[in-house]
Design a protein around this ligand. Sequence first.
Ligand code: ADP
Ligand code: MG
Length: 481
Amino acid sequence: MVLDGIWNSFLKVVRAEVGSQAVETWLKSVALVNFEEQRGILFFSVPNQFIFSWIRKNYHHLFRKHFPEILARENLEFEFKVESSLSSSSHQQFQLNDSKSQSDRSSESQNKEKQSLSVVGARKLTKKIAAAHPVDISNAKKDSLSSRYNFHNFVVGPNNYLAYSAAQAVSKGYVKRYNPLFIYGKTGLGKTHLLHCIGNEFKILHPEGKVLYKSAMSFVEEFIQAVRNNKLHNFSEKYRKLDLLMIDDIQVLSQKEQTQEMFFNIFNRMYDEKRQIVLSSDTPPSSLQGFQERLISRFNWGLVADVTVPTLETRVAILLKKAEDLKIDLSQDVAIFIATNFASNVREMEGALTRLAAMTMLTFDSISLEFAKKELIGSTGGDEKDKSNLKPGTILEAVLKIFRFQREDICSKRRDNGVVLARQILCYLLKKYTNASLRTIGSYLGGRKHSTILHSLIQVDARIKTDDYFKEKLKEVEICL
Ligand code: ADP
Ligand code: MG
């Protein structure tokens, strides 16, 4: 319990510092297994060497920075045990430091032949994952645009169609009536991705155009620096010259009167000179708190477009696209499984895929349903009951109990509302909690085709969002599990 508390405190500060993706993708798979107080050594276990290397390379500074504070002591050491390795099932010890440890080196030499192949694969994957990892974006470029986000790898669905079409129009640069383009939606749904798409496309079509992507936070920081250094004139001149300005997460300007004032001036000038402004926010303009009225009204002058949670089909399409980019072998069944378990945040869903990919990469296997289930179920719920060992029979029983049907009813061809509802819920829970493929679920439900099961899942996904009665029933069954 104490160890859990320590580890959770660490994850909390890290989440605040570098974002959820690092935590979900990498650090969640680590366990703090022991703390030897006398010697000041924290012992961790990691699932494989790849994840260990990644953490050592990218996050070791976080361990050094935060654990001394959490434990209120200096001179801590960190030891990692890698659970699975190519060499043997025995554990290997690693120190968390920049240079390779003795045992790290010796384990490498033991497995030279096998490793040489894996290391090439690992490096390739590391590069790809690094490229798909927001934390690692280099902001060294003047325009701060990440070339990784483009319209080709943005999946369009009903949830983002308007924002996508407007983004396309704006990037072409000749539709002046979408000024500003204001994109809003909850976190992890593709706003930042779309902003980079606009910038990248705009640059291709207008090589001479001056483009700048800026997070609102860094806009604020830059403004404060300019005030401190008496460089306000340079600051506003820089923005005045832009053809396209994109400010991400504009809600950050809340209560920041002076920065809002400066932004107001920049906005007015750019608007009058017909230069394009694109903003993103976590709420629509009308719900922004702590903003001057005149700014809010300007945010509504152009086009306000939302991005919402993607449907199951779109989520699966996103996963397949990411897998293709990462050159990962991902079956539709596994994609549906992941998409069913990560229904509301694309970033978290993507994090899960990356983690699964990292864990299977050393063996060059494709991600199996069984493996995905083992890794993902139970790790997503926090306080929830562990559902990782649910059997199809248990789920069936719960459904029959709540709906008071017999198995024959569910498996029959009956289409009345009650049976359809129960069947859909059964189908969904089988996909969510077991490693059954669509085909297996189909046979389980009276020999239905896998396309019929997929159709059911898509319907459930939509009903969860819109149908309160359905949600209520689903909850009742899940409580019984
Ligand atoms: P937001 O800015 O809304 O919090 P991001 O743009 O950072 O979200 O998206 C989070 C992750 O999900 C990114 O890696 C992004 O590429 C991915 N993503 C979200 N929506 C889509 C989509 N429609 N197609 C492809 N990738 C998407
Ligand atoms: Mg964002």
